[in-house]
Ligand binder design. Structure first.
Ligand SMILES: Nc1ncnc2c1ncn2[C@@H]1O[C@H](COP(=O)(O)OP(=O)(O)OP(=O)(O)O)[C@@H](O)[C@H]1O
Ligand SMILES: Nc1ncnc2c1ncn2[C@@H]1O[C@H](COP(=O)(O)OP(=O)(O)OP(=O)(O)O)[C@@H](O)[C@H]1O
Ligand SMILES: [Mg+2]
Ligand SMILES: [Mg+2]
Lengths: 257, 257
């Protein structure tokens, strides 16, 4: 059964795209057939994998509004064999407004990927920093969510709101949606704040928090400017090791709830 | 004439709230009568100023949907005399959907603050990380926008999209909307990336980029957990000095376009 994981947190800049890109790449390098869906109009995951947006005819937007099939949109990623992408571009910004009156607006993504889902071991969905119709689509198509939690004060505040939204989606649209885990990101061992946030998260959420913690690392923030995941940009770096470790935890299919 | 500045960027985590809170506090300490409007359902600016959300009867949401007047919602900030706030809480998340059919949905904020606007020298509006109805309201109520630009690769990507949206708002809803400036944030002098992004921004936008550059600073990220702006938490820190310098530039009313 294909594992469809949606990377979600309405707090901005917490590492959703960085996690989507590098977790997908690590799973592919571990020879899992992986599809990355860029569900954010900012299209950072598309750029982060070196895909030239201006050369694309069709993007996720065209699939969601029914103008193209999933096979027409899907592209490969150079040097990573088992990784495919449904790329995005800025036109995706029109999706929420255009689908407002459409009766099945929450299941557009689920219906789009259905024909190819069983071909993949993992489908990873990157979300925008909001609880908009795009994020609802991602949570409806997924069977679990992974929450990146930046080790900063404001990031902890938004977590309870996110979990309430997950409950609502579970009751209304997708009753099999589980929480795969909470990933601590940008952990800076020089600050008390990072240790405090990590302690708070483990105190509240226990073993929902992944063992893997991604440290703040300059190499991680540099790799998107080269259009490469960290695993190709600097395989020996601490960022790369963290995302391989995360992929191993995800593959072990830790207890989720 | 009251200067109404909206702090906006749809890229997440770039320093919108940190800039809103600390710029407002600095202007107030320079004895300018200042109102901070927290237009983000995450309500980080409300927390960052130490306002206890659960003790509030009314928040910005109630004002925007017409259930309360601006004077009923406004609260003061302890230890900063010239600073008032229109606080938020999570219920603001319902605004976009509830107002979808309302004919004047884009001007709800403008109409709410109109009765008190002339009492203030500056009104600073913090926005969520999306180009939603809340952000459109903020850009319609404002006479200028200030764009925090994190010195990272992904942050530069989204800028052209934001400027297109500003143009659209200027033509459709608010023809006097100017760009006050672009503020470089989280500048890390240890990385090439920061220098590259700063050079790119100055190359493209010339003197729209503020002279003040806010460095990455641990004290800045710690201050919200104490419910204080950096100016009260650690007045001697580099973060504090940067936001005083920004306030001086804003007050000088630099050439804007
Ligand atoms: N562990 C890390 N160490 C250092 N920088 C990081 C790390 N993870 C992410 N970054 C950088 O931090 C910024 C924010 O990360 P990213 O864009 O992945 O977050 P996001 O949650 O996807 O943001 P948005 O809410 O805008 O979608 C990016 O510039 C990224 O390169
Ligand atoms: N100059 C700085 N140095 C270090 N940390 C900073 C700096 N500015 C902001 N931060 C921290 O970075 C994180 C993101 O900043 P902030 O929340 O202000 O961004 P934002 O754009 O308002 O995010 P959102 O898109 O979610 O609204 C916060 O945890 C904040 O404390
Ligand atoms: Mg992202
Ligand atoms: Mg914010």
């Amino acid at each position: 059964m294909t594992k469809i994981i949606c990377i979600v947190n309405q707090k901005g800049g917490v590492g959703k795209t960085t996690t989507s890109v590098n977790l997908s790449a690590a799973l592919a390098i571990y020879e899992k057939k992986t599809l990355l869906v860029d569900c954010d109009p900012q299209a950072n995951a598309t750029t982060g994998l070196g895909i030239e947006k201006n050369n694309l005819d069709l993007t996720l937007y065209h699939g969601l509004i029914g103008q193209a099939g999933v096979d027409e949109i899907m592209v490969g990623v150079s040097k990573i064999e088992n990784l495919n992408v449904l790329p995005s571009r800025v036109e995706l910004i029109g999706f929420d407004i255009e689908m407002i009156k459409h009766p099945d607006r929450e299941t557009a993504l689920k219906r789009l990927i259905k024909p190819v889902a069983s071909y993949f071991d993992y489908i990873i969905i990157d979300c925008p920093p909001s609880l908009s119709l795009l994020t609802v689509n991602a949570m409806t198509a997924a069977n679990s969510i992974l929450i990146p939690l930046q080790c900063e004060f404001y990031a902890l505040e938004g977590l309870s709101q996110l979990l309430k939204t997950v409950d609502r989606i579970r009751h209304a649209l997708n009753n099999s949606l589980e929480i795969k885990g909470i990933l601590l990101t940008m952990f800076d061992k020089r600050t008390n704040l990072s240790y405090q946030v990590a302690e708070d998260a483990k105190g509240h959420f226990n073993d929902l928090v992944f063992q893997t913690i991604v440290p703040r690392s300059i190499r991680l923030s540099e790799s998107p400017s080269f259009g490469k995941p960290i695993l190709l940009y600097d395989a020996a770096s601490v960022g790369s090791k963290s995302y391989f470790a995360l992929a191993r935890e995800v593959m072990k299919d830790r207890k989720s709830s």
